[in-house]
Write a protein that binds this ligand. Sequence first.
Ligand code: NAD
Ligand code: UD1
Length: 378
Amino acid sequence: MSASSTKSILVTGGAGYIGSHTVLQLLLSGCHVAAVDNLDNSSHLAISRVSHLAADSANRLSFHKLDLRDRPALERVFSSNKFDAVIHFAGLKAVGESVAKPLFYYNNNVIGTIVLLEVMAAYGCKKLVFSSSASVYGSPERVPCTEDFPLAPMNPYGKTKLVVEDICRDLHRADPEWQIMLLRYFNPVGAHPSGLLGEDPRGIPNNLMPYVQQVAVGRRPALTVFGNDYSTKDGTGIRDYIHVVDLADGHNAALTKLFEKDSKIGCEAYNLGTGKGTSVLEIVSAFEKASGKKIPVVFGERRPGDCEILYAATTKAETQLNWKAKYGIEEMCRDQWNWACNNPYGYGSSDSNPQDEIISTKTKGGGDSWFSDICITS
Ligand code: NAD
Ligand code: UD1
């Protein structure tokens, strides 16, 4: 039980990769959760599976399919609930796509957040946890990155994160009742140990771990390593990979801080990472070990916009949030592989994983479908 248990939390983007893991942790820690998502980059099956994993706690979950920019739909959710805080994951996250379609990204990520903040203010909910990103640091001059480093995102995606951070800082300055945690994630990977929840990227994955996974299951022939001439231990890029379950726990820790008696957090940024740097080739080798599969690699050019080495300073989150990542690369690869084996095509169609049949059979509540018992579609 944490200070945040029994609270009522709105989770935007709750059907997404990090959102679904966090919704599960919140339910298990005693919270009431309303998840909203437009399902543009996720599947309703993620919510079904969260419900299944939450077992008895699932009666504290509701799901609302809506776009954050649909103000009347969002207001309907606020008018029928009294939320103690909002965790705001909903957003678009593909860096390359953001370069090609900047307006699409600013519209979704910035306008969606403004509508959310306005509706929160109208309903007197002024506690927010926002999904920011290490991409706000751009290419830092040194590592580890502390939260006070200059902010210089290098692409429209990262810029939407900085704009929202700035909006939050201004909002708190104008009205100190707002209490806001800006969580800067490093590289979330891995999956729920059950093998039921994980990342399901649409199209060709941009990020390393989902790409490696798809090579391991035979969906792609080889991994192209973007550059092996960096001045790192093996010449390949170094990042701070963090298990998605650790990240979900980090949100629980952030809420606990927000709900501390007389908490005056203000508007604060926290890195959520492990503080450890791992190279591309080290990930490949750890994944080969976890999966027993050979991952063929091809060395290619550096990816434009990539930095050489990025990892987090973790002291602020450790001391102020009392949170520290527990899992290492081995567990990240183990759980990623378990997810891949159970869901080689992600959530795919509803019959892609035989467990979905079992889940829906076991949890049907006598209505049209079990899902409709928790789903309020606006
Ligand atoms: P995701 O795409 O799996 O989840 C985001 C969810 O938000 C999706 O389910 C999508 O359908 C939903 N969504 C998007 N726009 C919406 C809108 N306007 N209204 C309602 N729902 C909407 O991504 P994720 O990996 O779970 O990331 C969650 C958040 O964390 C994002 O804001 C992302 O930018 C941020 N983040 C992610 C990473 C990462 O590598 N995964 C790293 C740093 C920050
Ligand atoms: C990328 C985004 C960043 C975002 C982060 C987490 C870019 C430029 N940056 O960062 O904004 O916050 O994802 O979502 O896209 N790699 C390969 N081959 C591949 C894929 C990746 O060698 O097919 C390498 C990359 O060069 C990098 C490492 O693997 O060295 C990790 O890449 P990735 O998973 O895309 O994460 P980031 O580069 O940290």
